[in-house]
Design a binder for this molecule. Structure first.
Ligand code: MG
Length: 301
């Protein structure tokens, strides 16, 4: 059995669509408690315009407040070069800042325009430029391909299109490439097929998978990705999440649901289910409603 690395995206993808604004202090508690539960790689903020995503307005303050934990990798999401330079600025004056930037390429033109004011091919070029800049600046960098399994505006996304994007992005040699089902429309067979194809085309770069459970297929898709050889999966505490620019997009797969499924399949994640469930209770109190993940409601076994 291979071990799985889970990237905790709760503080970014999890919160970005929430109307309840979390204070900087609350975000730091979320991040630190996730670390206490075993998370070691975490998406902590995104450098987008605060008018576009108000929940991310305090990105710099969150990053300045992070513990200087040598075991952790802190990721900042950047959609363009302006965002990249904001991420880089967090390191000025000898501060730790972000350890890694996550760039975003988009598999459809309409979503690329709505999400970040680019065409799909521009988003590929910009993400490659960001990887190159990050390398020069001594930062780790990876690229996520959004709407890889379907677009809310254009419908089906051809596997060949994603494959071409992967091949192009691979030229910049990012730390990894993620395929994201931003709106939760992928199915396990599609996931297996697409990951098999990209892994075969670009065997030297690791792949990460990012799923939303909008239509109930998230956990099945995570298992399909594992079966296709993917060792890195995104998940969000409590199953929070959504995308402000993707209609009806709801939660990411819940970290505790993913850990539960993997533990029940004898796969190590390094995360404590008990501590994750405790954290979901705090998140639920903050939001004034239950968190969407199954395990946060049903408990462990
Ligand atoms: Mg997402």
């Amino acid at each position: 059995m291979r071990n799985i690395e889970i990237v905790e995206v709760g503080a970014r993808d999890g919160l970005q669509n929430e109307k309840t604004l979390f204070s900087t202090e609350d975000k730091l508690k979320l991040i630190n408690d996730a670390i206490a539960a075993g998370a070691r790689r975490l998406e902590v903020a995104s450098f987008v315009h605060p008018k576009r995503v108000p929940q991310m307005a305090d990105a710099e303050a969150v990053i300045a407040g992070l513990d200087d934990n040598p075991d952790c990798t802190y990721i900042g999401l950047v959609l363009n070069k302006r965002g990249y330079f904001r991420a880089l600025e967090t390191k000025e004056g000898g501060r730790r800042g972000v350890d890694e930037v996550g760039a975003v390429a988009i598999a459809s033109d309409t979503f690329a325009d709505k999400n970040q004011g680019q065409t799909s091919s521009e988003s590929v070029e910009i993400s490659k430029d960001i990887v190159k800049l990050a390398k020069q600046d001594g930062l780790s960098a990876q690229v996520t391909i959004s709407v890889s399994f379907g677009c809310p505006f254009e419908g089906a996304v051809e596997a060949d299109k994603v494959l071409d994007m992967v091949k192009s992005i691979a030229e910049a040699e990012p730390r990894e490439i993620a395929l994201a089902d931003t709106i939760g429309v992928g199915g396990p067979g599609q996931v297996t097929d697409l990951f098999n194809r990209v892994r075969e085309a670009v065997p030297h770069i690791p792949f990460r998978a990012h799923f939303h459970n909008t239509r109930g297929t998230g956990i099945a898709n995570a298992w399909a990705a594992y079966q296709a050889g993917v060792n890195i999966l995104d998940a969000s505490i409590g199953g929070l999440g959504g995308c402000p620019f993707a209609p009806k997009a709801t939660g990411n797969i819940g970290t505790e649901d993913l850990v539960f499924m993997l533990e029940r399949s004898s796969i190590e994640t390094g995360l404590s289910l008990e501590k994750l469930i405790t954290l979901t209770k705090w998140v639920s109190e903050k939001l004034g409603r239950p968190t969407p993940s199954a395990v946060s409601q049903a408990g462990a076994f």
